[in-house]
Design a protein around this ligand. Structure first.
Ligand code: LCS
Length: 397
């Protein structure tokens, strides 16, 4: 579903307006429930809305939840070029809603091997308890994806760029192969955001995203979203409301506001990240930098084709392993030592002991998540200050 306006105009305007009293900003409808005039109206709202064609606001857990949620969903749906969406309480809740509603006992899920540690935990330790078979495959290699598909594969889950190695897989081709095999394809678009990558336009059936990151953008909320076709979202709505992981209203409003500046923030995140990546690549204490914008990235050409920019995340391997990494991370003043990502300020972390600690060590090492790997979510500060901070820290490492 192509946008009628430019991306930046959609960031600012999509979903906005239609507010009572001429309110300019969309209000926070801080209410749990909705009042009916009589039982007839109540019954009508449960089937079709207050008047024909109006949304069915009735209780906060039931999509469309509230007018604030609806405005946020309309904005993100427009940006991701999907037909409909659902707002969840976290990125993990969005993934859980996705798998709970689409998979059943006996089905197989094929997932990218390099995924966020929480995603790995959900897929590797929770789903098998419900009889869902899961395998983790190197999705940077199409042949391995083909070989990994099974008779009972019903979902292919991709994370690209992947957390924390920034590995990139060929979304269009994998989605095509998945469809041929009778599986739906889901892409975690958290790292790229719709500003740099639109998985639905590349052929994916659904997008999941942690709104905690770039969508909110300011590190002050927890949220998640699913965007897909109207049909798939209609099928997800009831299991999702029954599972209960709805986004809070204040969070929906923060996401709505955050998205208004997505295009501006992402440009600056990416520009700064490129600068930091180049600085690190030239530094004598750095062994390797993972950033899709560098010519040295193994899928740099694919990233150029598939994405319109390289976003703000990078990771690098420091000489001297974990000890050197500790000295670096403890010696910084502007960059904060913290998990999460996609915030206006720069965050630095150690995946092996923090975000990816739940992954078995052999698997981590095989995926390139070595003990000396450091991840940076490059913020929108003046890049000279970020680089100076890292330079000081690396001196101590
Ligand atoms: N998908 C990706 C790619 C993520 O990086 C995360 C969280 C999630 C999904 C889950 O989102 P949440 O439930 O936290 O909203 N990633 C984190 C990280 O790298 N550090 O802290 C959280």
């Amino acid at each position: 579903m192509k946008n009628e306006t430019g991306f930046g105009t959609a960031c600012v305007h999509a979903g906005e307006g239609h507010n009572p009293f001429g309110a300019h900003a969309t209000p926070i409808y801080q209410t749990s429930t909705y009042v009916f005039e009589d039982t007839e109206q109540a019954a009508a709202v449960f089937t079709r809305g207050r008047k024909a064609g109006e949304p069915q606001y009735r209780y906060i857990r039931s999509p469309p939840n509230s007018p604030t949620h609806a405005a946020f969903i309309e904005k993100i749906r427009t940006l991701e070029e999907g037909g409909a969406g659902l707002a969840l309480s976290s990125g993990m809740a969005a993934e859980t809603a996705m798998v709970l509603s689409q998979l059943k006992k006996g089905d197989h899920l094929l997932s990218t091997d390099t995924v966020y540690g929480g995603t790995y935990g959900l897929f590797s330790s929770v789903l098998p308890r419900f009889g869902i078979d899961v395998s983790f495959v190197d999705t940077t290699d199409i042949e391995k994806v083909k070989a990994g598909l099974q008779e009972n594969t019903r979902m292919v889950f991709l994370e690209s760029p992947a957390n924390p190695t920034l590995a990139i897989c060929e979304i269009r081709e994998i989605c095509r192969i998945a469809r041929e095999a009778g599986a739906i394809s889901v892409v975690d678009n958290t790292f790229a955001t719709p500003f740099f990558q639109r998985p639905l336009a590349l052929g994916a059936d659904a997008v999941v995203e942690s709104c905690t990151k770039y969508i909110g953008g300011h590190g002050d909320l927890l949220g998640g979203v699913v965007v897909s076709s109207e049909e798939l979202i209609a099928g997800m709505t009831r299991p999702t409301l029954l599972a209960g992981g709805t986004m809070g209203t204040h969070e929906a409003w923060l996401c709505l506001r955050g998205l208004k500046t997505l295009h501006i923030r992402m440009e600056r995140h990416a520009r700064n990240a490129m600068h930091v990546a180049q600085f690190l690549e030239d530094h004598t204490k750095v062994v390797r930098v993972n950033y899709p914008g560098l010519a040295s990235h193994p899928q740099h050409e694919l990233a150029k084709r598939q994405m319109s920019g390289f976003s703000g995340m990078l990771s690098f391997e420091i000489k001297g392993g974990i000890e050197a990494g500790r000295k670096l991370m403890n010696g910084l003043e502007i960059c904060s030592l913290a998990v999460s990502l996609g915030t206006v300020d720069t965050l630095i972390e150690h995946p092996a002991s923090m975000t990816h600690a739940a992954m078995p060590r052999e698997m981590r090492v095989q995926l390139g998540i070595t003990d000396g790997l450091v991840r940076i979510s490059v913020g929108i500060e003046d890049v000279e200050d970020i680089v100076a901070d890292l330079a000081r820290g690396l001196e101590k490492a």
